[in-house]
Every structure is written in C-alpha cells, then in structure tokens.
Write a protein that binds this ligand. Structure first.
Ligand SMILES: *Cc1c(COP(=O)(O)O)cnc(C)c1O
Length: 361
C-alpha cells in the first residue's frame, strides 16, 4: 500500500501500527473466535478494554481519582448541549470565551438553556489570536467558564489557561487532547471527540470532576445526564465498543512513544518546522495567526492569491500530501498535524513548500 501523508483535520491519520492491530482483531479478537465488533459490551473482553482504556487515560494525563472518565456517543457537538443541560440550572449564567466556530456553536446551545455571557472574543480580528488575560472579563456568579483549547479551523491554541478563581473551567480539547501536558486539576470538565487525536469517530471522551455531575436538574433526560454515565461506568446503554477499542490502541501507542511529554516534544518539533518554513518564505506564505497564539495541531497559512492556493493543494495532493485545503469557511491552507502525523510527513511538506516558492514566485 502506498500510504499517503494525510493532513486531514478529522477524522485524521492514525498510527499504522494501530490500524494493523485493528485489522487483525476485526476478524478474530485475541483468538477468541469472535470479532471485536461482535463481542458484548458486558463481556469480560470489553470490561478489560474499558478498564484498560480508562487507566491509560488516568496514567497518561495524570487524572486524579475525583474525576471520572466517560465514553459517550454524539460527538463533541452533543457536549455543547449536555454541559449547559447538566450545569446551568434553568436560567443560570456561564462565561464563554469565543475563539472561533466551535466555541460559537457551544455558545449557541448554552443560549437555549441558560444565560451565557461572552467573557472575551477575538471575532473582530477574525480570530487570529487567543484573548490576552486582561481582556477576559469573568462573571462572579458564573456556573462555569467554557473555552476551546485548540481552534481547529482558525489554527490558534491557548498557550496557557486563564485563572478562573474557583469557577469550574470547561475545555473543548477535541483537537489537542494528549498533544501536550495539561494540569487536569485546573479543569472541571474536559471533552474531546476522538477523531482528531484519539482514534476514529464515534466516541467522545469526557473527563469530569465527579461532584459537578451532582448539579444536574431532575428534568434532564436520563441519557443526557453525566450522573447516569458515571454511575453505570459508561455502560448505561451500549457504548461505541469498536471506537473505544481503537482509542485503547492509540493510548498504548502514545505510551510506547514515551507518553505525553515525549509526544509534546515531537509536536513542538513538527509545528516548529512548518512555522519556520512560513517565516523563511519572505512573505510568500503568510501565517493567519499571531505568533503567540499559533497552534501546533492545525497550521494555517495563505499564499499570495487564491489561484496559487488551488495550485498548491492540487500539486501537493499529486505529491502524496493529502488534505491540505483550509476549512471552507476561511479558505487558505491548513496542515493538521495531530499526534499520529509523522515528523517525516512534515519534512516532506516543508520540502514541497520550498520547491513551490521557487517555481511560483
Ligand atoms: C471537530 C471538532 C468538534 C466537533 O466534533 P464532533 O465530534 O464532530 O461533534 C468540536 N470542537 C472542536 C474543537 C473540534 O475540532
């Protein structure tokens, strides 16, 4: 197989080792004569998968015991609604920091259920940066503060998180979970759709401080309460068995790489190479993001004009560099280089970029 370098933003590239392990177990899981797709979610096999996946998360992210790790359906997008459902007692207030389309979508759901307040936004500057600490106006009576740690579309990432003075901080980490060390104790809740840094689509990981789940109003349907899933260890209904299994293999892969610290080091190297190539292009490539807000997961940039951008994407695709077109809402180029994206592929893109400048400026 001629495997492409896949810069897709999500679903995104997975480690080849993980795909090969999945392939084996799709037919015969651990030689039990059944596929991993066929086992019961209440079997001892899945019990082992679930408990190993949880303990790997705990170990890799250093998650304290007063937090629960949940595996839910519905994508990160369902969390936009579940969070205010569970935490905003009808009409309650919450602070939202707006740094792009995903935080706007989260805000939209909160408006249906309570009174969210925009604590900061960089919309006026087309989301080219993360707000500075002094620009964030937190409410004293907010139930929580919500932010998006990495903005997949705009290519920005929080370098450090704001101090919320005891108010639970909630982060959508869909596109940078496990890409760097994070102090989980600073957060009330962290959530992430798996399809960027954790595995295939179909499962959403929620790391929640258990006492927060107690705030849920009685009127919230059973399936939509965090409390339900905490009490039933993500087995209230049939969880996405296969996706959880794939996440387990990805976590084992992260551990083999040397854990989050090592992965973070490699991510810095990968992002560094790309930003350096942009900086050294004498203005041919222009970053769409301020230097202090640049994402190590989604590197976004523009070329001198849209025709050249089209040509860039076409020729890159022909050279085996797939998925570089920017999000349809912003245009330009976006290289998504999550944990599983190899350093070698970044080096190939950098070479391609240098060659492209030579022939097109
Ligand atoms: C992709 C993405 C989402 C949406 O995830 P779904 O699982 O498709 O609902 C939400 N937030 C961020 C930051 C994302 O990158």
């Amino acid at each position: 197989m001629a495997r492409k370098f896949n810069f897709n933003p999500g679903p995104a590239t997975l480690p080849l080792e993980v795909l090969e392990e999945l392939q084996k177990n799709v037919v015969d899981y651990n030689s039990i004569g059944m596929s991993v797709l066929e086992i019961s979610h209440r079997s001892k096999e899945f019990e082992e998968i679930l408990s190993t996946t949880k303990s790997l998360f705990r170990e890799l992210m250093v998650i304290p015991e007063d937090y629960e790790i949940l595996f839910l359906g519905g994508g990160a997008s369902l969390q936009f609604a579940m969070i205010p459902m569970n935490l905003l007692n009808s009409g309650g207030k919450a602070d939202y920091i707006i740094t792009g389309s995903w935080s706007e979508k989260a805000l939209k759901e909160a408006k249906l259920l309570g009174q969210p307040v925009i604590a900061a936004t960089t919309e006026d500057e087309k989301f080219r940066r993360i707000p500075k600490p002094e620009e964030i106006k937190l409410s004293k009576d907010a139930a929580y503060v919500h932010l998006t740690s990495n903005n997949t579309i705009f290519g920005t990432q929080w370098a450090s998180f704001p101090e919320t003075n005891g108010i639970p901080l909630i982060a959508d980490m869909s596109s940078d979970i496990l890409s760097r060390r994070v102090d989980v104790k600073k957060f009330g809740l962290i959530y992430a759709g798996a399809q960027k840094n954790l595995g295939p689509a179909g499962v959403t990981v929620v790391i929640i401080k258990k006492d927060l789940a107690e705030r849920c109003p009685e009127t919230v349907p059973t399936m939509l309460r965090y409390k339900t899933h905490i009490e039933d260890n993500s087995l209230y209904n049939t969880p996405p068995v296969f996706a959880v299994y794939a996440v387990k293999l990805v976590l084992e892969w992260v551990k083999r790489q040397g854990g989050v610290e090592k992965v973070e080091e490699i991510n810095k190297k990968k992002g560094g190479l790309l930003y350096q190539a942009i900086n050294e292009s004498s203005g041919f490539y222009r970053s769409t993001v301020d230097a202090d807000s640049r994402s190590l997961m989604n590197v976004t940039f523009r070329l001198p004009d849209e025709d050249l951008e089209k040509k860039f994407v076409q020729e890159a695709t022909a050279a085996g560099l797939h998925g570089l077109k920017g999000h349809r809402s912003v245009g330009g180029i976006r290289a998504s280089i999550y944990n599983a994206f190899p350093l070698e592929g970044v080096a190939r893109l950098v070479d391609f970029m240098k060659e492209f400048v030579k022939t097109n400026q």
